[in-house]
Design a protein around this ligand. Structure first.
Ligand SMILES: Cc1ncc(COP(=O)(O)O)c(C=O)c1O
Length: 355
């Protein structure tokens, strides 16, 4: 039996690992756990899981439409935003087409392109940020989608509104621009673009969101995309009818209105960020200022060795060689206790190496 040729290009996904007896700071999950309101909502509805879920995810879409001041036909939900990336690729890519993204970013854009036998063009990045001019210069007649991760995983850098809106204006009408806002709720920069501004700027803009990060629901797999009614209608053609299960729909809806949990998660992130910045500076390490719930740190050492050595000292972090950043690591901002443990493990490792 011969599998499709394009599958030869696919490398297995390299997920954030958890070494045994360590705390996990490798996957940008919420260190506070899930929203308590979400847990209550799941428990209440467990008795109904003999039935199929609502294929339209209506209640959640209604709530999201209200939040973003858009109409319900401007939203589609997915089994995590990962699924939406594949759905978008399945909607717009024919074999031989290409997507453009950055050199050091989330790998699932390339995965989705590979599935459709499309090429991935990777634009060089500048100081850990997407370089929009470099992206523009890669556009050719086969380009169908541009994926921009803002803030970017794994660097944590972001691009402001003026640059983004100017960029969108320069994109030809037959190219889709997808902004991945997986970490948007953590952003504090005043000039971060609002979803509404981006969606209103052009029909062919799609914004991806997830409940996996600040809402703490990574294990349930639920995310959503916002765009024009036209693009959502296109993408809906690839949707499996029951892609969001009942617990995921209920939990997401409850988490969305759990403002207390959202604020608490944002506050703990800000506090942790300040502490980690201070400690990393004291250690003389270079890192990118982050607008997300993780920090990208340059160690100038083999990042796999760093992963193993830091894990031996009780903390699992992410080696960034698979993101094209050999010598760099990424750590999720955790609770006060977790952040202290990480700093202790990192300084012990570096001092044992004579750094
Ligand atoms: C930039 C980015 N987008 C999307 C995802 C995945 O989101 P989901 O869990 O909704 O599939 C991640 C997960 O790490 C991410 O870093």
């Amino acid at each position: 039996m011969r599998k499709r040729k394009t599958l030869e290009k696919i490398k297995p996904y390299s997920a954030g690992k958890k070494y045994k007896n360590t705390i996990k700071m490798s996957s940008n999950e919420n260190p506070l756990g899930p929203s308590p309101a979400a847990i209550r909502a799941i428990k209440k509805d467990l008795k109904n899981i003999n039935t199929y879920p609502d294929p339209a995810c209506s209640n959640l879409k209604k709530a999201l439409a209200k939040k973003y001041k858009v109409t319900e036909n401007q939203i589609i939900t997915g089994n995590g935003s990962d699924e939406l990336m594949v759905m978008i690729a399945a909607t717009y890519l024919n074999p031989g087409d290409n997507i453009i993204t950055g050199k050091n970013t989330f790998s699932e854009y390339e995965f989705a392109a590979n599935l459709m036998d499309a090429e991935t063009q990777k634009a060089p990045m500048t100081d850990g940020s997407f370089n929009l001019d470099a992206i523009l210069s890669l556009i050719n007649s086969k380009t169908r989608i541009i994926f921009i991760c803002n803030p970017n995983n794994p660097t944590g850098t972001y691009i402001g509104k003026t640059k983004i809106l100017d960029f969108i204006k320069k994109i030809p009408e037959d190219i889709l621009v997808v902004f991945d806002h997986a970490y948007a709720e953590y952003v504090t920069a005043a000039d971060y673009p609002s979803d509404r501004e981006l969606i209103d700027s052009k029909k062919n803009v799609v914004i991806l969101h997830t409940f996996s990060k600040v809402y703490g629901l990574a294990g349930l797999r639920i995310g959503y995309a916002i765009s024009s009614p036209e693009r959502i209608a296109d993408i809906s053609l690839t949707k499996q009818p029951f892609n969001n299960n009942i617990p995921a729909q209920k939990a997401a809806l409850a988490a969305l209105s759990d403002d207390g949990f959202l604020k608490k998660s944002q506050n703990i992130n800000e506090k942790g960020k300040k502490y980690l910045y201070k400690e990393l500076k004291n250690m003389g390490l270079f890192f990118y200022p982050t607008e997300a719930n993780f920090i990208c740190i340059r160690l100038d050492r083999d990042s796999r060795e760093a992963f193993l050595e830091i894990a031996k000292r009780g903390v699992s972090i992410r080696a960034l060689d698979s993101f094209g950043l050999a010598g760099w690591i990424r750590v999720t901002i955790g609770t006060e206790k977790q952040n202290r443990l990480f700093i202790k493990a990192l300084s012990s490792y570096l001092s044992d190496k004579g750094v």
